[in-house]
Design a protein around this ligand. Structure first.
Ligand code: ACM
Ligand code: ZN
Length: 559
C-alpha cells in the first residue's frame, strides 16, 4: 500500500492518454490538509479527466451552491489555468456536480465521489459542499493550463471533528489593508476553518468605526510612535512615527459578506475592561482617573482600564455593542476580559462606591474587584444576549465566578477550558504553549523579531485538545467546541510577516481542528504539507520555508 500510494502521490506524467490526444496528463491525488475521515481510492480505475470543457453543475435557483460553483471555477482557473463553465444541466458530460442533500448528523459533512464520468460533491449543507470543494481544489496540481488532469476514482467521506475552527488576527497593534484581511479569510477557507476571530481594539489602537463615538478612531485609532525593540528588553527604542488607521463600517460589511460567502463567521472582539487605553485616550471620562491618557506606544499590560463604577461607561459599552451587533451577524461576540489589572479600581471612589451600592462582595479567593469585573462582563453578556448573541471571553473571566452562558477561550493553558467544561460552559482551546502563532517557530538567529518563546510546527501538531479529564469525561469533553490559532501582531508590521508566522503552522492547526486524532501522524502530515507549497506560491502567500524543509523526509508517504 505504501509504495502503491507513493507512486500516485508523485505527479507523474503520462504522454499518451485515451481521449486526450497527446496532451500532457497530470494525475491528481487526494493527499490534502486537513486529512479527511476516509479516502477509498481505486488507483487502477479509469480516471475522471478534468479539462477546459469540464462543466460545474449546481441546481438552478440555489444561490449558496452557485456561490460554491463560482468559487470552484475561480480556484481551478487560478491553480490549473483554465476556466470551467457553470451549468444547471445535470446531464452534461464530464461534469462536476454540486449538491447539498447529504443526509448526515454533522451539517458540515460531505462526500466526494469521483467516477470516470463525474465528480460528485454532496454536502449536508452548502458549508459541507464548500469543504468538499476545498478538498477537490487541494487535490489538484498547480499547473499552467496546458494539461489534462486525471482524477483517480475515489470515495471520500468527511466531516470535521470540531464545530469551532478558528484563526485569530490582531489588527490593533498593526493593521492590514482590506485586501489582506480577505486574503487571510481565504487562508482560513483553504483550511476548512469557519471562525475568524478579529481582534479589533486594544491599548495601541481602536480599528473599527463607531458612528456614535467618532473619537474612538479619530484619536484612539492613532498612536504617536511604536516600540520597535523587544518590550522585555531595557532601552526601549521607538520609531517616533505616528501610526494609525481603521476599518470603516462599509469596509466591515464588505468583509463580513466576503467571509460569509466562504462559510467563515467573523467573531469581532472588543477587548474590555483592560486593553482599553486607546478608547480612554479618546474619551478620558471613561477611565477611573479621568486622564489624560495616550494611545499605547509600547506592548504589554497597562494599569489604566475602563472604570467599572460609572454608569456612563456601561452606556458607552451598550452604544458600541449596538453598532457591533448591527455590523456582525454571527452568533458570537468576543468581549475580551484578559489582563485587566485592578490597580485603579482599588483606589477609585466610583468603583468602590459601585461595589458597595451593588452589594458586590469577595468570595473565597476572589477579591471584590474581581467580582466587579464579572459583574461588568455579565452586564454586557446580558445586553448581547438580548440581541440574540453569545459572548466569548478569555479565561480570566472565570476568575470572578464566571459569566453566565459565556464561552471560555482558554489561552493561559488548558485549565480554563477544563474549569469551564466542568461548570457546563463551552470552551475553545487556544493554549499559548501550542497555538500562539506569534511565538518563534525556529531557534535560528535569523528569525524575525517576535514575542519570543519557541513553538515549532511539530509542537503545534502534537496538541490534543481532549486530554485528561476532557478525554475521560465525555460530558465535559463535549463542551470543548473547538480550537483556534492566535496571531498577535505587536512585532509584525507587514502582511508578509503575518504570513510568515502563520504558514505553515496554520496547516497543523487545521488538522487539530478537523482530523480525528487516530488519523493524525506527523511524518505523513509533513508529506502532505510539502504539497501545499506550490499552492501557496501560486496564491501569492509567503511562508516560513524551514517549516516545509522539515517535510523532506515525510514526502511520498502513505497517508
Ligand atoms: C491574550 O493573549 N492576552 C489573550
Ligand atoms: Zn473606577
Amino acid at each position: 500500500m505504501k509504495n502503491r500510494f507513493s507512486l500516485l502521490s508523485l505527479l507523474w506524467t503520462l504522454l499518451i492518454f485515451s481521449g486526450c490526444s497527446s496532451r500532457q496528463v497530470l494525475s491528481s491525488d487526494y493527499n490534502v490538509i486537513p486529512l479527511p475521515v476516509s479516502i477509498s481510492l481505486q488507483e487502477e480505475g479509469t480516471p475522471f479527466v478534468l479539462k477546459p470543457s469540464t462543466v460545474v453543475y449546481c441546481p438552478e435557483g440555489d444561490s449558496l451552491l452557485l456561490k460554491n460553483a463560482e468559487l470552484l471555477t475561480g480556484y481551478v482557473a487560478r491553480q490549473v489555468g483554465f476556466e470551467l463553465r457553470i451549468t444547471h444541466d445535470d446531464q452534461a458530460r464530464n461534469i462536476i456536480r454540486l449538491g447539498s442533500g447529504l443526509q448526515a448528523e454533522n451539517a458540515e459533512a460531505y462526500t466526494l465521489v469521483v467516477t470516470p464520468q463525474a465528480v460528485e460533491i454532496e454536502g449536508a449543507s452548502a458549508a459541507g459542499t464548500f469543504y468538499g470543494v476545498q478538498t477537490l481544489r487541494k487535490s489538484l496540481p498547480v499547473t499552467d493550463g496546458k494539461v489534462r488532469i486525471a482524477l483517480a476514482p475515489v470515495r471520500i467521506e468527511d466531516a470535521p471533528r470540531f464545530s469551532y475552527r478558528g484563526l485569530h488576527l490582531d489588527v490593533a497593534r498593526h493593521m492590514f489593508p482590506v485586501e489582506f484581511i480577505k486574503k487571510y479569510i481565504d487562508l482560513l477557507a483553504l483550511h476548512n476553518m469557519n471562525m475568524f476571530h478579529w481582534h479589533l481594539t486594544d491599548d495601541q489602537g481602536w480599528r473599527i468605526e463607531i458612528k456614535r463615538y467618532p473619537r474612538l478612531t479619530e484619536v484612539g485609532g492613532w498612536r504617536k510612535a511604536t516600540l520597535v525593540s523587544h518590550w522585555e528588553k531595557p532601552d526601549h527604542k521607538y520609531d517616533e512615527t505616528p501610526y494609525g488607521g481603521y476599518y470603516t463600517q462599509d469596509e466591515i460589511r464588505d468583509i463580513v459578506r466576503y467571509a460569509a460567502d466562504r462559510h467563515v463567521e467573523i467573531v469581532p472582539e472588543i477587548d474590555l475592561p483592560g486593553h482599553m487605553l486607546a478608547a480612554l485616550a479618546a474619551y478620558p471620562e471613561l477611565g477611573c482617573t479621568g486622564g489624560p491618557y495616550e494611545t499605547g506606544t509600547r506592548w504589554g499590560v497597562y494599569d489604566d482600564v475602563l472604570c467599572a463604577g460609572k454608569e456612563e461607561v456601561y452606556e458607552f459599552l451598550e452604544g458600541v455593542f449596538s453598532e457591533i451587533v448591527a455590523l456582525f451577524p454571527g452568533r458570537y461576540i468576543h468581549i475580551g476580559g484578559d489582563e485587566c489589572p485592578k490597580t485603579r479600581w482599588k483606589s477609585c471612589p466610583d468603583c468602590q462606591a459601585f461595589i458597595r451600592s451593588h452589594g458586590i462582595v469577595s468570595q473565597g479567593k476572589r477579591t471584590r474587584e474581581e467580582q466587579l469585573q464579572s459583574y461588568m462582563m455579565s452586564q454586557i453578556s446580558d445586553f448581547l444576549g438580548k440581541h440574540g448573541r453569545k459572548v466569548i471571553g478569555w479565561d480570566e473571566i472565570l476568575e470572578g465566578g464566571g459569566v453566565k452562558s459565556a464561552t471560555i477561550m482558554s489561552w493561559r493553558g488548558t485549565q480554563g477550558g477544563v474549569d469551564a467544561a466542568r461548570n457546563g460552559w463551552d470552551a475553545i482551546m487556544v493554549p499559548y504553549q501550542y497555538l500562539y502563532l506569534d511565538y518563534a517557530q525556529s531557534r535560528d538567529e535569523g528569525e524575525p523579531l517576535s514575542i519570543g518563546g519557541y513553538l515549532p510546527l511539530s509542537k503545534v501538531y502534537s496538541y490534543e485538545p481532549l486530554s485528561g479529564e476532557l478525554a475521560s469525561n465525555p460530558e465535559m469533553g463535549a463542551h470543548v467546541i473547538g480550537v483556534q490559532g492566535n496571531l498577535w501582531t505587536e512585532y509584525f508590521r507587514t502582511a508578509e510577516l503575518v504570513e510568515y508566522m502563520a504558514i505553515p503552522r496554520v496547516d497543523a492547526v487545521s488538522e487539530i481542528q478537523w482530523t480525528r486524532p487516530e488519523r493524525k501522524n506527523y511524518e505523513k502530515f509533513l508529506g502532505r504539507l510539502n504539497r501545499m507549497r506550490a499552492l501557496y506560491d501560486r496564491l501569492g502567500y509567503g511562508y516560513a520555508s524551514h517549516g516545509f524543509d522539515e517535510g523532506q523526509s515525510g514526502d511520498n508517504q502513505d497517508m
